[in-house]
Write a protein that binds this ligand. Structure first.
Ligand code: ARG
Length: 372
C-alpha cells in the first residue's frame, strides 16, 4: 500500500477507534502525528495493544455474516505479533485453543501473529484449527468432504491420518516459504459425542463434533494493516453442526441415516422425512453440547441476541450491516425476525476478509444431483 494511502486508512481507524474509547481530540492528534512519523520512517506503523484489541472487536462487529455479534466487546486478544516461526505460532495456537475452550465454557478469543507488513507473511493453511480430514475413496469420501483438498495437501507434506471419519487434521503453518505441520495433542481437543434425549439409536450412529470453531484462514484488516494469521473463535450455533456440517449432502450427509435410526417413512419426499430428521438431529446436537457442559446457542436465542445487538448499535448511532443470506438460520428461518428484515451488505472496516488459498484448491461447486 502507498504510504499516503496507508496513513489515510490509519487515520480513519484511529479517529473512530479513539472516539469509541472515549479519548479526546488532543489525544487523537498526538497519536496521528506519531503514526505519521513512523510511516515516514519505516513505511508502516504498529498498533498499540489497545488499538489492536478494539480494532479486532470492531472487525467482529462488522462481520456481516455473523449472527453472534452481540458479544463483540468480550473478544479476548492474545497479542502474538512478535511470533512468526511455525513452531512458535503452533505453540500459541495451542494456548489459544486451551484458553478458548476453557473446559467447555467457551470464550471468544483471537490471536494475532506478525503482520504482513513487517515479517515474512505468516499463514495458517487450515480453514479451522480443529477440523476433520476427508479421504476420497472409490466408494465416496470418508470423513468431511469439505476437507478433501486440504487433506491431500497434508498427506503430500508427509502427514498420515488413521482413516476414520473423525481424524483431526494437523495444523499447517507457513512463514514465507518455510512450511511445517504439527499434530494437535489429542487431550487438548474437546469433542462432543452426539446423542438424542429420546432416541438412543441416534447415539449408535457414532456422530461427534468438536467444541470450538477457530477460523484460521481469514485476514484481519485494521487501519490499513493486514494480519494474515489471526485465528479467532466464538461458540457454535447448533444449526451450523446439525443443519449443515452433519446434514449437507456434500458434507457428512447424515439425514438418511438419522431418518432410518428413528424409523421415518422415506418412501416419498412429501413425508418430509428430511425435515423431521433435521429437527431431531438439531435437538440431539443442542442436547449433547449442553449435557457435556460445552457452550452452544440455539438459533432462536441467537436471533433474539442479534435483535438486541441491532438495538444497541442503533442506540450508539452506528449502522448495522449484514448479509441476510448468511444471517438467517438454515433451520426454520422464517421463525426468526431476521428473515423478515432487510440488511445492507456494505463492507465496513476493520473487518475479516477471505484471502487467496495458499495451496491449489479446486473451486467449490454444488452438484444438484446430490440432493436426490
Ligand atoms: N460454520 C462453521 C462451522 O460449522 C463455523 C463458522 C464460525 N461459527 C461460529 N459460531 N463462530 O464449522
Amino acid at each position: 500500500m502507498r504510504m499516503s494511502a496507508l496513513f489515510d486508512e490509519a487515520r480513519a481507524f484511529i479517529k473512530t477507534c479513539y472516539r469509541e474509547l472515549g479519548k479526546n481530540e488532543v489525544e487523537i492528534e498526538r497519536r496521528l502525528d506519531e503514526v505519521r512519523r513512523q510511516i515516514d520512517r519505516e513505511g508502516t506503523y504498529d498498533h498499540t495493544f489497545e488499538e489492536l484489541e478494539h480494532g479486532a472487536r470492531m472487525a467482529w462487529r462488522n462481520s456481516n455474516r455473523c449472527i453472534g455479534r452481540l458479544f463483540w466487546q468480550t473478544l479476548h486478544l492474545f497479542d502474538r505479533r512478535h511470533l512468526h516461526r511455525p513452531k512458535d505460532v503452533f505453540d500459541a495456537v495451542c494456548e489459544h485453543l486451551a484458553f478458548a475452550q476453557n473446559g467447555g465454557r467457551i470464550r471468544p478469543t483471537i490471536t494475532v501473529f506478525a503482520s504482513a507488513s513487517r515479517e515474512r507473511a505468516v499463514r495458517i493453511w487450515n480453514h479451522q484449527i480443529v477440523r476433520y480430514a476427508g479421504y476420497e475413496t472409490p466408494k465416496g469420501t470418508v470423513g468431511d468432504p469439505a476437507s478433501a483438498a486440504f487433506t491431500r495437501v497434508c498427506e503430500a507434506l508427509g502427514w498420515r491420518g488413521r482413516g476414520t471419519p473423525w481424524d483431526v487434521l494437523p495444523v499447517v503453518i507457513a512463514d514465507g516459504d518455510e512450511i511445517a505441520w504439527f499434530e494437535l495433542p489429542l487431550p487438548l481437543i474437546l469433542e462432543v459425542p452426539i446423542e438424542h434425549p429420546e432416541y438412543p439409536s441416534i447415539a449408535d450412529l457414532g456422530l461427534r463434533w468438536y467444541a470450538t470453531p477457530v477460523l484460521s484462514d481469514m485476514a484481519l484488516i485494521i487501519g490499513g494493516i493486514r494480519y494474515t494469521a489471526a485465528p479467532f473463535n466464538g461458540w457454535y450455533m447448533g444449526t451450523e453442526i446439525g443443519a449443515r456440517n452433519l446434514a449437507d449432502p456434500f458434507r457428512y450427509n447424515m439425514l438418511p441415516a438419522v431418518a432410518e435410526a428413528i424409523g421415518l417413512d422415506r418412501s416419498s419426499d412429501a413425508t418430509l422425512w428430511r425435515d423431521r430428521a433435521l429437527v431431531e438431529l438439531n435437538i440431539a446436537v443442542l442436547h449433547s453440547y449442553r449435557k457435556r457442559g460445552v457452550t452452544i446457542v440455539d438459533h432462536h436465542t441467537a436471533s433474539r441476541q442479534f435483535a438486541y445487538f441491532e438495538r444497541l448499535e442503533r442506540d450508539a448511532n452506528r449502522r448495522v450491516t449484514g448479509d441476510w443470506t448468511w444471517l438467517i438460520p438454515p433451520l426454520s428461518p422464517a421463525a426468526t425476525h431476521i428473515f423478515h428484515s432487510g440488511y445492507d451488505d456494505d463492507f465496513v472496516l476493520p473487518n475479516f476478509v477471505r484471502q487467496p488459498s495458499p495451496y491449489p484448491a479446486p473451486p467449490f461447486r454444488v452438484d444438484p444431483s446430490m440432493f436426490r
